[in-house]
Design a protein around this ligand. Structure first.
Ligand code: NOJ
Length: 522
């Protein structure tokens, strides 16, 4: 495990929308530099920045046209390198976003690959042998290029899939993983990673990391093989490269592919979804952290625990407040509900990820699609810093903004929440300070469920000398702790109330408490 990851708390920045330093209506590297002290002051010591490379932006930069060139709208490569330096000067770290599964259709590799004459890049993407041969079972495009073939897509129409091969090729055009064309794709990806590591980034969040090998098996053993090769190659030069996969299967990502971290992502009907986003258009909302929900924490734990256990000695299974693909947590959760949810997420194992603006409960906005965002667009609006022009995001005319800032009297802003002692922002700072200062939270391998049942909403869990208890419901609830060894527990942190009564703890409505049985402050 890379040493700094043991105590990492990440802040995700969507560069378009964080801070515009030059008044062109879009966020930039220099704006991020201006706000590094704010991020550090929040308690985060690491950053993941969404793609910042040259792109036609049909998918907000996940359609890369040139991996080695920064998008002009964010600044220059010198600005980015200065961002790396300023991050490190504050004893922080930064991950870029690597998009290995596909490029933009405007990438020079693809332009070469789509030519009629065979060339160095003909095998960089996955093409069938002729224009009328379908790529059965895959999304594909035919009839657009002079090359006599159809090509496979990885996501949107603008994102042709790079060729890492097929686990078991079935057609003449399907190449095995060890084919020279697939080896060349892997080598190209290693070079890109090393390029940015040499410039000073600390690693990568890896987009659709599970998508590389086609016709893969359930545990993605082909894709894992490819990653082992790429990662070990990069580690030869950069042994401390930090990697988090967008995979949602830590047993494969961490256990087999070689990533140090994987996310528990929001997929409809999964354990993470049940915590904060279990709602639909009919008005039903049974998210666990809703005060009136009927759910028990088991709906989360039943899925989380086996996955966590499978990798707990090898890497970090990470929990997130949200990300650029999800509806913002404040869409359905009230401030108190958000506080309980964050207190839980930030005291669990794994490196926590805080999505920009979630620390002030920024709202989801209903907006038309921007850069392929569709329903995700409303979670990508400008950061609300203060009540100045464009909420302090940009000095540009409001019509020029990347996305509109939220309008209204009482919209959440950083400045506004600084002034309110019981704000979400202060709560986030307080809980992250506790996380940073206690050894028990830094030991990623330590979690014991003390009380969790289908019969009550409240639950308790222990990490080393720290005991956390949460009651998300609107009624007082008692947690039976008679099974625990007798110890003196001192209250360290409290939202609402938690009171010991002999062998039990009584939690007031919507409460979260942390008790400590020994001084383990570091
Ligand atoms: C996952 C990214 O998070 C998302 O924003 C993007 O659209 C797809 N991958 C395609 O790269």
């Amino acid at each position: 495990m890379v040493e700094w990851l043991k105590n990492a708390i990440f802040y995700e920045i969507y560069p378009q929308s964080f801070l515009d330093s030059d008044g062109d209506g879009i966020g930039d590297f220099n704006g991020m530099i201006e706000k590094l002290d704010y991020i550090k002051g929040l308690g985060c010591n690491a950053i993941w920045m969404n793609p910042c490379y040259d792109s036609p932006f049909k998918d907000a930069g996940y359609d890369v046209r040139d991996y080695l060139k920064v998008a002009e709208r964010y600044g220059t490569e010198e600005d980015l390198c200065r961002l790396f330096e300023e991050v490190h000067a504050r004893d922080m770290h930064i991950l870029l976003d690597l998009v290995p599964g596909h490029t933009s259709e405007e990438h020079p590799w693809f332009i070469q690959s789509s030519k009629r004459e065979s060339n160095e890049y003909s095998g960089r993407y996955i093409w069938t042998d002729s224009w009328f041969q379908r790529a059965e079972g895959f999304p594909y495009i035919a009839g657009e290029c002079e090359r006599n073939g159809a090509y496979i897509l990885n996501y949107f129409k603008c994102q042709p899939a790079l060729n890492y091969g097929f686990l078991e090729p079935k057609e003449s055009w399907q190449k095995p993983i060890d084919h020279p064309d697939c080896a060349a794709t892997r080598a190209a990806m290693k070079d890109i990673m090393c390029y940015w590591l040499a410039k000073g980034c600390d690693g990568f969040r890896v987009d659709m990391a599970d998508s590389l090998v086609k016709n893969d098996d359930e545990e993605k053993s082909g894709t894992c093989r490819v990653w082992r090769d790429i990662i070990s190659g990069v580690q030869e030069q950069y042994p401390d490269v930090a990697l988090v996969s967008e995979w949602n299967n830590p047993a494969s990502a961490i256990g087999m592919a070689g990533f140090q971290m994987d996310f528990f992502l929001d997929w409809f009907g999964n354990g993470y979804n049940f915590l904060m986003r279990d709602y639909d258009d009919s008005g039903r909302d049974d998210s666990f952290f809703k005060k009136d929900s009927k759910r028990s924490i088991l709906d989360f734990l039943d899925e989380y625990l086996p996955k966590y256990e499978a990798v707990k000695d090898k890497g970090l299974y990470c929990l997130i407040t949200g990300n650029h693909d999800m509806i913002r947590a404040a869409y359905n959760l009230e401030e108190r509900e958000l506080k309980l949810a964050y207190a839980f997420l930030f005291t669990m194992p794994g490196a926590p990820f805080l999505y920009y603006g979630d620390e002030i409960g920024m709202h989801y906005q209903h907006l038309p699609c921007k850069e392929g965002g569709y329903t995700r667009t409303g979670s990508r609006t400008p950061m609300q810093w203060d009540n100045g022009i464009n909420c302090g995001f940009s000095a540009a005319d409001s019509k020029m903004l990347y996305l509109p800032v939220e309008q209204g009297e009482n919209i959440p802003t950083v400045a506004g929440q600084e002034e309110r002692a019981d704000s979400l922002l202060h709560m986030v700072r307080d809980i992250l300070a506790i996380r940073r200062n206690h050894a028990a939270f830094q030991d990623h391998a330590n979690l014991e469920i003390v009380c969790a049942s289908g019969k009550q909403r409240s639950f308790a869990y222990q990490r080393g000398s720290l005991l956390m208890m949460c009651n998300p419901s609107g009624q007082e609830e008692e947690i039976d702790l008679s099974g625990m060894a007798k110890k003196t527990w001192n209250k360290l942190y409290e939202i609402g109330t938690g009171t010991w009564r002999e062998d039990a703890c009584v939690l007031g409505e919507q409460s979260f408490v942390i008790f400590s049985c020994e001084p383990d402050c570091i």
